[in-house]
Design a protein. Structure first.
Length: 361
């Protein structure tokens, strides 16, 4: 078990009474071995690795009760989102941002999940229900059991911080069920997590979504350094200084971006990053230059995150769930080239420079 130097889990666990145990079935051994193998589990979406997580899992407005919709409308992320002040996001947000993560087990009694985002260490118990008077915390109390080769985690006793960046509320009745299992893709194991969030106060029916991860053997969790964001900066953003459009970066005007040209793009080197990592992720065809499509497709994972029915288009309702927080008033018809009142992934990708200029207005 590898411990983060800033996470004294030994003292935490040592103070717990471990007079209980739970025998994992033989079918679970492969999943346990894969989870603990060398490296880090990173988000896997549309056949690509997510280097540092992204927004997923926000329910559509029609899935919410009238009370929850009202709470969401009243939500002001500048003042109501604890993440803006570097506060812990809490479950289910801890998981559904698909942050890189690492697992370890203490016998068959505890699973420790470390998430790169916010340096979170989450304890998952086996066979131990929450006690009377259980304290409510950002990540709640998690109790797990095995169903054959599927690891099932039930989380309750979360506090009232919003469950996503849109301000969807949680209450004392909120409960999350996570089901972890493996599938194969191109000869490599893919970790699938099916999540169900239930709360009759919030949802008209259980909210269900899924996440996938692949193991990156050479990766390590990075230390997360959080700085409080300026009020004028949207969640996930940072003040920018420098060219942000494709045309502004394409210094020689040849219609492609070299690594040198891309290095001037502020987010590529923000927070101590080196631009070669993001460049290689965007360079889908491996020709060592970025086309307009590849550059604009840096928004592709966000597209998939709000394409709730996975039909390859964003309806007005789907687009609006993103627009309310991330787009600063940009309307769908400003990006909808063919006027069909929906946004295709191609329109999304082609809109990169236009998007940047709209955001800057």
């Amino acid at each position: 078990m590898t411990l983060h130097p800033n996470k004294p889990l030994v003292s935490v666990i040592g103070a717990m009474v471990l007079g209980w145990s739970f025998d994992a079935p033989a079918q679970s051994q492969r999943l346990m071995q894969e989870l603990q193998a060398e490296g880090v589990w990173a988000g896997w979406r549309n056949g690509r690795v997510e280097p540092s997580g992204t927004f997923t899992g926000s329910p559509r407005s029609e899935q919410l009760t009238e009370w929850a919709r009202q709470r969401r409308e009243e939500f002001a992320w500048r003042t109501d989102d604890p993440v803006q002040g570097c506060g812990q996001p809490g479950m289910p947000r801890t998981l559904h941002v698909i942050s890189p993560m690492k697992f370890s087990f203490i016998e068959d009694r505890l699973m420790v999940v470390r998430y790169e985002s916010f340096d979170i260490a989450r304890l998952v118990h086996f066979g131990r229900e929450p006690q009377p008077g259980q304290v409510r915390t950002p990540d709640g109390y998690s109790n797990a059991h095995w169903e054959g080769d599927v690891l099932v985690v039930r989380t309750t006793h979360m506090d009232s911080r919003p469950q996503d960046f849109n301000g969807t509320p949680k209450t004392e009745d909120s409960e999350i069920t996570e089901r972890y299992y493996l599938r194969e893709e191109a000869g490599r194991p893919v970790l699938r997590v099916d999540m169900t969030l239930e709360d009759p106060n919030v949802f008209v029916e259980p909210h269900v979504w899924n996440l996938e991860f692949v193991r990156m053997p050479e990766w390590e969790l990075m230390e997360y350094a959080c700085e409080e964001r300026a009020l004028e900066v949207a969640p996930g953003g940072a003040p920018l200084s420098g060219p942000t459009t494709f045309e502004g970066l394409d210094a020689d005007g040849d219609g492609t971006l070299t690594l040198h040209e891309f290095s001037a793009y502020p987010p590529a080197s923000a927070a101590g990053r080196t631009p070669d990592g993001p460049f290689s992720v965007l360079d889908a065809d491996g020709d060592n230059v970025l086309s307009l499509y590849e550059f604009a497709h840096r928004r592709g994972p966000r597209f998939a995150g709000v394409d709730a029915d996975s039909d390859g288009f964003l309806s007005l309702a789907e687009f609006s769930s993103l627009d309310s927080l991330m787009l600063g008033g940009i309307a769908l018809d400003q990006l909808d080239d063919n006027g069909d009142q929906r946004l295709s992934v191609e329109e999304w990708a082609r809109s990169g420079p236009r998007w940047e200029s709209l955001e800057a207005e």
